[in-house]
Design a protein around this ligand. Structure first.
Ligand SMILES: [Mn+2]
Length: 527
């Protein structure tokens, strides 16, 4: 694939049209979603604008509702670029467009509302799955590539979107529900810092292919690699990133935290594949590692996975695989211990930024606490104040998670026939209750073979619901997106998400009725 070929041919024409519209603007208001995918979307789009010399301002919303669109319309920007949202709100956006408030350029991967607009880049309109094949950041990357190509010289392009895509809906339940405010970030490049612009963006590519690194972080943060690797259009973007030297892929231990976690914690905290005697078992993990011919410490500090030699890594992986088989873990699960990893080679080894999955977690930690400005600055290369702040937010996030897990351990879960549940009230933040529920699965008293439903107080009027399953349950037919959608609908709420993780918002006081409905629907799916 050459640098001048479009990364996703199906989207080439619409991307070119959107790019030309943006390049013709005097200035652009960029609005994006507050989560890892939305932050990376904004970073990709704003870098492309900056490189094209178009002045812009960036704003974030945790939800683009009618009020939000009105706020965009109230500015005096004529061109508004929406990333990682906008399609689902197209009915509202189109009304403002028709009234002459602004020209929208929508770059999204969520299910479009029943309305049309001229500049609408969405994989679902072209038969590409927006839940597994292209993220918001990936769509922004397609746009950024088209902007580089259109800026370099005219390319032929026609429009003519047809609706052929399957509907999809992003997971709702990890959204930061913190407020309905609009978070504004100053226009232009990040403030100059002592270190200047660092990391991936320190070596700009004339074709914007270096931005693939951020697109990969967004896709991973959007849980699009949950099957073990990125596929479809995402994989094409990975390939471009590799060609540009901004991304590396490899086969390695598929556990979270290879860059930053102390070796025992890497294994102990791994929850995707449950290995009895190691997962959630501190003493067991140490015993397991102590038996291996690998030094666990260097200069009195725990070593991390990145500190191990290739030989040592092989030793640990084969011992772990043997242990898993001996402990009766099914072969299919054992295979999941090794997967495709996405590394950002221009970021320093041993930092969160080096690993796409750890990078996305760092971004989520800024987003969940209403600090989109911090996450964006890190994406844009600030390796000083913003990175320090992001790390503090992540440490705080981890503290909140472990306190949340304590709440579940102390209060326990209630078993129904097909689901188990707990109501955290306001003892766990509603923005993290889904993650806590996922972490609780497999701990004492919480069954791994049953979906878990968690409630947390959102406001006096509303309760947040999060549900988590396992890949094994999904293979048996569990679809929590449908469960959350149907059960929420029955009690006057709204829900959706992924098959393995989903969420809903319901009226306060309807928790019991919701559990009954969810229990029934899960029973229909896997009973
Ligand atoms: Mn997204």
């Amino acid at each position: 694939m050459g640098a001048s070929d479009p990364p996703v041919p199906e989207l080439a024409d619409v991307a070119t049209a959107c790019a030309r519209r943006l390049l013709a603007a005097d200035r652009v208001l960029l609005a994006s979603h507050i989560d890892a995918d939305g932050l990376t979307s904004a970073a990709v789009a704003s870098t492309a604008l900056e490189r094209a010399g178009i002045p812009f301002e960036t704003v974030f919303f945790d939800q683009l509702d009618e009020e939000g669109v009105a706020a965009l319309a109230a500015t005096d920007y004529d061109t508004v670029l929406l990333t990682d949202f906008g399609s689902g709100q197209l009915d509202v956006v189109a009304e403002y467009e028709a009234a002459g408030a602004f020209t929208p350029v929508v770059c999204d991967h969520h299910r479009p509302a029943d309305a049309e607009t001229e500049y609408h880049l969405n994989p679902l309109l072209f038969g590409i799955d927006g839940a597994s094949e292209l993220s918001g950041a990936g769509a922004a990357y397609v746009l950024a590539r088209a902007m580089a190509a259109a800026g370099a010289g005219p390319t032929a392009g026609t429009e003519g979107a047809t609706r052929t895509g399957e509907s999809a809906r992003a997971e709702q339940d990890e959204d930061d529900g913190g407020g309905d405010g609009i978070a504004s970030v100053p226009a232009g490049p990040p403030p100059a810092t002592d270190g200047g612009r660092g990391g991936t963006l320190a070596a700009p590519d004339p074709h914007n292919r270096d931005l693939a690194a951020l697109a990969v972080v967004g896709a991973v943060g959007d849980m699009q690699a949950s099957g073990g690797e990125l596929v479809g259009a995402n994989a094409a973007i990975v390939e471009e990133g590799v060609e540009a030297g901004a991304v590396e892929t490899g086969r390695d231990l598929a556990l979270y935290g290879k860059q930053t976690r102390p070796l025992p914690k890497l294994l102990e905290y791994a929850s995707d594949v449950h290995v009895p005697g190691i997962s959630n078992d501190e003493a067991g993990t140490i015993r397991f590692l102590d038996d291996l011919p690998v030094d666990l410490k260097a200069d009195g500090e725990w070593r991390r996975w990145v500190d191990l030699t290739a030989e040592e890594r092989r030793t640990v992986v084969s011992a772990l695989v043997r242990e898993a088989i001996d402990r009766g873990v099914p072969a299919r699960k054992v295979e999941e211990l090794v997967g495709t990893t996405y590394t950002l080679p221009r970021e320093p080894e041993g930092t969160e930024l080096r690993d796409a999955s750890e990078f996305s977690t760092l971004l989520n930690a800024t987003a969940r606490y209403d600090r989109a400005d911090v996450g964006l600055a890190v994406c844009l290369g600030d390796r000083d104040a913003a990175l320090r702040r992001a790390r503090r937010l992540l440490a705080n996030h981890r503290r909140n998670l472990s306190q949340g897990l304590e709440v579940v351990k102390q209060e326990g879960v209630t078993r129904e026939e097909h689901v188990q549940w707990f109501d955290a009230g306001d003892r766990i933040r509603e923005t993290i209750v889904g993650i806590v529920a996922g972490m609780a699965v497999g701990t004492e008293g919480v069954d791994r073979g049953t979906p878990i439903v968690a409630f947390a107080r959102k406001s006096d009027e509303e309760t947040k619901v999060s549900a988590r399953g396992t890949p094994g349950l999904v293979r048996r037919g569990l679809d929590l997106s449908a469960v959350m959608g149907e059960a929420a609908c029955e009690v006057g709420g709204d829900g959706g998400g992924h098959d393995v993780a989903a969420g809903a918002t319901i009226p306060a006081g309807e928790e019991r009725a919701f559990v009954e409905a969810a229990d029934r629907v899960v029973g229909e799916q896997i009973g």
